[in-house]
Write a protein that binds this ligand. Structure first.
Ligand SMILES: Nc1ncnc2c1ncn2[C@@H]1O[C@H](COP(=O)(O)OP(=O)(O)OP(=O)(O)O)[C@@H](O)[C@H]1O
Length: 272
């Protein structure tokens, strides 16, 4: 996969300054300061419970920091009108839940809402966009099926299709391929990376799989216990030392024979 610029010099998308957040008095995101710029696919990685989803939800405006400041595209996030923000940002959540029996097509059409006037029906152009999103994510054949009766992996592709139909300037992915087999994972990541490279859609992805992250992301941000442990270009940050410090596993890093991206092997430390 082609690498974009590894040193970010593009326009500032997010600026986080000393951001703190917690649930019920327990700190979860601690003093996080970050800058994310246009021109790089970002990966947020770290152990379970390290605060990745919480950080992504803060960046998406779903949660408000208890202290600190988040600016998105030069404006404090909390002053963005919801609909305007939804025209810029789409989120593929970790748990995609639709309780009612909407069809797959209806759910993907929901991605159009931020762009439609109140009570307006989708235009023909909108319908083409929905068709394209269904096709691109490989779920066109499921279009009329109730979304409640899909497998976990199929639902995850519906969530990606809905986000793409939203035509976002920035896509936030929260473990968006966690239920997908390797073939579908690669297809979805190629699709999204293609939108990034060809259409300039910016991407921030929470990921668990270091090897997929290595192949997909230009820059990585490692979190541990709510704090940024290290961040930088993927090739520089994905080292055995950092992986051990973050996850407590022994790692060996080589080069992937096909993609030339970093390839990590792991084991539990022998002296446990
Ligand atoms: N709504 C909530 N109420 C209370 N605690 C929460 C809530 N959501 C998350 N937490 C706690 O906050 C911490 C961070 O959760 P978060 O989901 O951000 O972590 P994560 O890094 O995304 O984890 P994972 O890799 O397991 O998805 C965890 O200890 C979790 O139990």
């Amino acid at each position: 996969m082609a690498r974009a610029i590894s040193e970010p010099s593009g326009e500032l998308l997010w600026s986080l300054t000393k951001v703190n957040f917690g649930y019920n008095g327990t700190p979860v995101v601690c003093d996080v300061s970050l800058e994310l710029r246009r021109g790089c696919c970002y990966g947020i990685l770290g152990p379970n419970g390290s605060g990745k989803t919480t950080l992504l939800d803060l960046m998406g405006g779903l949660l408000m920091p208890h202290s600190g400041m988040i600016e998105f595209m030069g404006r404090p996030l909390h002053v963005w009108p919801r609909k305007q923000l939804a025209r810029q940002l789409a989120l593929v959540p970790q748990d995609f839940m639709v309780r009612f029996g909407y069809s797959v097509r209806e759910v993907v059409e929901m991605g159009l809402h931020p762009h439609l006037h109140r009570f307006a029906a989708p235009s023909e152009t909108d319908q083409v966009l929905v068709d394209e999103a269904l096709e691109a994510t490989g779920i066109a054949a499921l279009a009329n099926r109730p979304v409640t009766r899909l497998s976990g992996g199929e639902k995850q592709r519906v969530a990606v299709a809905r986000a793409l139909a939203q035509k976002p300037a920035v896509l936030l992915l929260d473990e968006a391929t966690s239920n997908l087999d390797i073939h579908h994972s690669l297809e979805i990541l190629h699709l999204i990376r293609g939108r990034f490279e060809r259409q300039g859609m910016q991407v921030v992805a929470v990921m668990h799989d270091l090897n997929l992250a290595s192949f997909f992301c230009d820059r990585l941000i490692f979190l541990k216990q709510g704090q940024v442990v290290c961040q930088g270009p993927t090739e520089e940050v994905l080292t055995p030392e950092n992986i051990e410090a973050v996850y407590g596993v022994e790692a060996e890093v080589r080069s992937n024979a096909f993609t030339n991206s970093r390839q990590v092997s792991f084991r539990l430390p022998l002296n446990r």
